[in-house]
Structure formats: structure tokens, C-alpha cells
Design a protein around this ligand. Sequence first.
Ligand code: IMP
Ligand code: MG
Length: 191
Amino acid sequence: MSNVRTNTAEQPAYPRVGEVLLSAEAIASRVDALGAELTTAYAGLRPVLVSVLKGSYIFAADLSRVLRAEHDIEFIRARSYAGSESSGSVLITGLEEVSLQDRHVIIVEDIIDTGLTLKMLTKQMRGLGAKSVKTCSFLCKITDRRLDDTPPVDYFAFEIPDKFIVGYGLDLDQRYRHLPYVAELNPEKPT
Ligand code: IMP
Ligand code: MG
């Protein structure tokens, strides 16, 4: 990662960004494997990836390029968080412009935390006539805050511990999405 600004002891590029949990290399290799798995599962089915913005924009772009079966891609928006705490409600927009009739749908998410976003999404997608709906999330948080009735997460790249993390699309109040790695947040340092 020589051309990437990471934190060093002498010169922390981003003071709030702490330990790197997943390097860019580890992410690329795992996303490749996930792409191969989906390529086999969806061969000949022309699935539609429904990327949930903003968080999944990098994952969706990377996954799309390693999914070697013809597919379409659509974008919708879900908003739930303020700071590093869940707001407890989810606003979903853009689904009304997407046609899922008779399609094999893969919901592409950044992270499953409480499961509320996935639950609301699945609920809103019901009745739109999809042939199948599966979920592919970049991350799955290991947490006891997961809602009991969270729909199954069919595919995911990594499980991560119950910490607030940033990078590879994930933000803290819109910051740090651009980091090509995943890092935990440094709680004690100023922004
Ligand atoms: P859920 O509805 O609680 O499952 O949360 C899902 C959404 O919250 C994700 O799509 C993210 O946008 C956001 N989120 C959850 N955990 C984190 C985190 O650790 N870092 C950044 N965003 C997060
Ligand atoms: Mg977010």
C-alpha cells in the first residue's frame, strides 16, 4: 500500500482512524472469491445487483467487476445512522424506480449491524415480483444487538467484531469512505 495514506506513529494521516482490521489486499482477495462463488450460483440467470448507497458503492463496483456472469446493477439509498449510533429508523429511497419483476435480485450492502436496514429493505421489496431475493453484504458485525427477525445474510465477505469501523465505503458522518482498507475508529483522538 505504498501509494496509500495510512496512519504511522510519526504522521497519522487521519487521527480518528485507528487500527487497520482489513487491508486493501485482504479485501481484494476475499471479494474475488465471493465473485467466483456468485459467478457459479448465478450463471445464466442475469441477476440484478441492488446496491444500497452510500455505504456499498465501493463494494458493489468491485463485486460487479469480479462477477463473471451477466448482470445488471441498480442503486437505491438507505439512511439510518447519525454519528456512530443507529438512529433506530431507516429511510429507503429509489426503489420505486427499479423494476424487479421476474428478476433474481442480489441486495448489495456494506454492513449488517442490527439488521434493521435489511429488514426494512426486504419488507419493501416484497410484492415487487422478484423471482428470488438474496443478500450479499461486505461485512457482518458480530453483535448481540442483531434483531431476532433479521433476514438471512446469504453471502458476506467478512465477519467483524462489534466495533465502529470506517473505510471501503463505510463512513463516520460522511468521512473516511474513501479509505481502501477497513479500520476501527480511534475514540480518544480529536477529528
Ligand atoms: P443496521 O440497520 O443496524 O444493520 O445498520 C446498517 C447500516 O448502518 C449500514 O448499512 C451502515 O451504513 C451503518 N453502519 C453499521 N455499522 C457501521 C460501522 O461500524 N461503521 C459505519 N457504518 C455502519
Ligand atoms: Mg453509513
